[in-house]
Design a protein around this ligand. Structure first.
Ligand code: HEC
Ligand code: HEC
Ligand code: HEC
Ligand code: HEC
Ligand code: HEC
Length: 186
């Protein structure tokens, strides 16, 4: 069930409905539960729509028009496992003075004043039993866009590449990177 809950947020309501309709006859046959579980396992990394975010942060404004480098905000990406999401303090570096009259920035300022982090909704998430580390990928010269698409043109970040096991393994094979189970599984 742990796997199931890790995978469920990747599936949109529409997809769930379509799956539901498709497997109803199977459910009646009794084999449905297994079929659903198999489907969910096979579809880990299902490409999803953009989730709603607590503040309307727009990459096309920041990374696009303002051309702020990805690594200015995602500081861990070249050296750590996690890319990291910038803190409110990092946003305030600019928004202490930029666009302070806008409602969305006032929302940000309220977080700053009350010292509460913004609870961003994750877009990409590998299951808990998988180990993904950014650093070796960036050090191997892979561009963010290889896995995340053209984020600088997105108003809302959405997942554009499956990043499921077959996808990871396919690229590892092409690049002679490790295919050991233990490389990616804890
Ligand atoms: C390096 C400077 C910089 C940083 C850091 C920065 N922003 Fe911005 N932000 C801008 C600029 C420039 C604009 C465009 C302002 C305009 O439209 O005049 C903008 C616009 C916005 C807007 C749109 C405001 C509106 O309603 O028009 C939001 C929301 C926003 N930023 C949120 C954030 C958040 C959240 C963070 C931290 C994760 C952040 N920004 C970090 C420079 C920055
Ligand atoms: C001004 C700061 C800022 C800049 C510059 C920026 N990002 Fe982000 N990024 C954020 C914030 C805040 C979030 C969380 C909200 C969201 O998902 O939109 C985020 C989320 C993401 C996510 C989704 C993370 C998840 O939950 O899976 C990806 C992927 C991403 N950024 C890639 C990039 C890339 C690639 C660039 C450069 C082209 C970039 N970002 C530039 C602030 C920034
Ligand atoms: C080889 C594919 C790949 C590349 C290249 C890549 N990412 Fe990711 N990224 C992922 C995967 C997979 C996840 C989900 C990781 C998880 O669930 O722990 C992720 C998650 C993220 C997140 C979510 C939060 C976090 O801290 O991990 C951000 C932000 C992000 N990536 C930004 C970037 C940026 C910026 C670049 C380029 C400098 C980049 N990524 C390059 C595959 C990649
Ligand atoms: C677009 C190509 C690509 C994709 C997609 C990709 N990888 Fe990689 N991965 C690489 C390359 C290249 C390396 C670096 C190999 C090296 O340095 O020898 C690497 C290295 C790694 C490492 C470090 C290996 C070590 O020896 O320390 C891990 C862990 C890893 N990848 C996990 C994943 C996982 C999990 C996914 C899917 C969620 C994934 N990768 C997707 C290309 C990719
Ligand atoms: C390059 C990275 C990578 C390698 C190597 C790898 N896996 Fe995976 N594996 C993943 C990712 C990412 C997932 C989660 C997404 C999915 O289910 O496809 C996964 C999922 C799985 C699952 C499904 C668990 C579930 O959530 O339902 C099993 C079982 C599994 N891997 C076994 C293996 C075995 C056995 C090996 C060695 C032969 C292996 N993996 C090698 C990346 C990898």
């Amino acid at each position: 069930m742990q796997y199931l809950s890790a995978l469920l947020p990747r599936i949109t309501r529409l997809q769930a409905l379509v799956i539901g309709l498709a497997v109803t006859p199977l459910l009646l046959g009794g084999a449905g539960v297994i079929a659903v579980l198999l489907f969910l396992m096979a579809s880990g990394g299902t490409v999803t729509g953009a989730p709603e975010q607590p503040i309307a942060f727009d990459h096309s404004v920041h990374a696009g028009e303002a051309a702020i480098p990805c690594q200015f905000c995602h500081r861990g990406v070249g050296t750590e496992a996690a890319a990291t999401i910038p803190s409110v303090q990092q946003c305030m570096f600019c928004h202490g003075v930029v666009a302070t009259d806008r409602p969305q920035i006032q929302l940000l300022q309220a977080h700053w004043e009350t010292n509460t982090p913004v609870d961003w909704t994750r877009v990409h998430r590998v299951p808990d039993h998988v180990r993904f580390v950014h650093a070796p990928h960036i050090q191997a010269g892979l561009d963010c866009a290889t896995c995340h698409g053209d984020v600088a043109s997105m108003s809302e970040v959405r997942q554009v590449r499956s990043l499921a096991m077959g996808d990871c393994q396919g690229c590892h094979r092409e690049n002679s990177a490790s295919l050991d189970c233990a490389t990616c599984h804890k």
